[in-house]
Design a protein around this ligand. Structure first.
Ligand SMILES: [Zn+2]
Length: 344
């Protein structure tokens, strides 16, 4: 099933039936359920007893195969690191590694890229005819994970489309795709969920403080849901208090308290806090942490505007190397010292 806020996108997409594009690029903010949507769309294209409005029936042979993950006319291509999220079995690399035996060597981190081997693996699928006489469907998720070699290999397939093959590409970062790929796809911007639908849905999932969580999640309901059950929520609230203290922020306590946390997580808090500080200065209202409005007013009036921009650049630079910090505690100490200096 798709999410309740996707019904309008679903209906509008069904109007493409009859002249379905060879490649469709669904794009939109992270955390709004694009993966589930595209999987449902794929099932709808493969279903052999479609319901009204393109809904898959859920009961025909094709639907049962799809649910079991072995429809012969369906492929989903994801980075190894997202295999579990997308509900697909581990890639070829994983099997090879198991065959090598996993004793004595450190397991390498699963790849976050879609590799050229994965795209090459599609060529046979695209080259042979349909098993069931209907469409063949390929989902690529997320398209921005294609590395350069893989993107170029895919491009050749998109340039010479095989009859009956439908590519469904999904992206949260369309700005990272090759323009040549984008130009060969029909673009489909996914609608941002309406707050009244998402708060209702979150409440039904047993989440409280839905408004504050949705604000922090930038309106993305699946991000809000993850935040609600975030085991680091207490530390996050503590960190926000430190940031709210402005010139009194205890940088060394931050380094000590946060050193066990993933760097990207803390940088994300800091970035959103800084965004809100700027928003307070320019627009008069924070976006992510509306509950801290008073702190933003106070901090914004104390901080030096030019130092602001410099510090934002420092945070952005840290994000570029966030996965390989030499000393996490030191990284955090320096960042929070830099933050405190804004108010000097
Ligand atoms: Zn069906």
């Amino acid at each position: 099933m798709i999410f309740p806020w996707q019904a309008a996108d679903w209906s509008r997409l069904q109007q493409l039936r009859g002249h379905w594009p060879h490649a469709l690029l669904l794009h939109g903010q992270a955390g709004i359920g694009k993966l589930r949507f595209v999987q449902h769309l794929a099932q709808g294209l493969l279903c052999e007893a479609q319901q009204a409005n393109g809904e898959p029936c859920g009961a025909c042979e094709a639907c049962i195969w799809f649910a079991q993950g072995n429809h012969p006319d369906y492929r989903i291509v994801v980075p190894e690191a997202l295999a579990a999220e997308a509900g697909v079995a581990g890639g070829a690399d994983e099997k090879a590694e198991k065959a090598d035996g996993d004793e004595g060597k450190k397991t390498r981190a699963p790849s976050k890229e879609i590799k050229i081997e994965q795209i090459r693996g599609l060529l046979d699928f695209v080259g042979v005819g349909s098993h069931r006489g209907g469409a063949r469907v390929v989902v690529l998720y997320p398209a921005e994970a294609l590395n350069i070699a893989a993107a170029n290999a895919l491009l050749r397939t998109l340039e010479e489309p095989s009859a009956g093959v439908v590519f469904l590409m999904v992206s949260a970062r369309i700005d990272r795709l090759l323009p040549t790929i984008i130009s060969r796809c029909r673009q489909w911007p996914m609608t941002m969920p309406a707050p009244e639908l998402t708060t209702k849905w979150l409440t039904a999932q047993g989440v409280d403080q839905t408004v504050a969580l949705l604000a922090e999640a930038g309106g993305a309901p699946l991000v809000a849901l993850a935040l609600a059950s975030d085991e680091n929520r207490a530390l996050r609230d503590w960190t926000l208090k430190q940031l709210a203290a402005g010139p009194e922020c205890d940088a060394f306590a931050c380094g000590e308290a946060l050193q066990k946390l993933p760097v990207p997580l803390v940088l994300g808090w800091l970035q959103r806090w800084m965004y809100d500080l700027l928003a307070q200065r320019t627009a008069g209202a924070p976006r992510y942490f509306p509950q801290a409005s008073a702190a933003f007013t106070r901090c914004a009036s104390q901080a030096d505007a030019s130092a602001f921009a410099r510090f934002m650049r420092t945070v952005t630079r840290q994000r570029a190397v966030e996965n390989h910090p030499l000393n996490v505690r030191l990284v955090f100490e320096e960042l929070f010292i830099g933050y405190r200096a804004l108010f000097a």
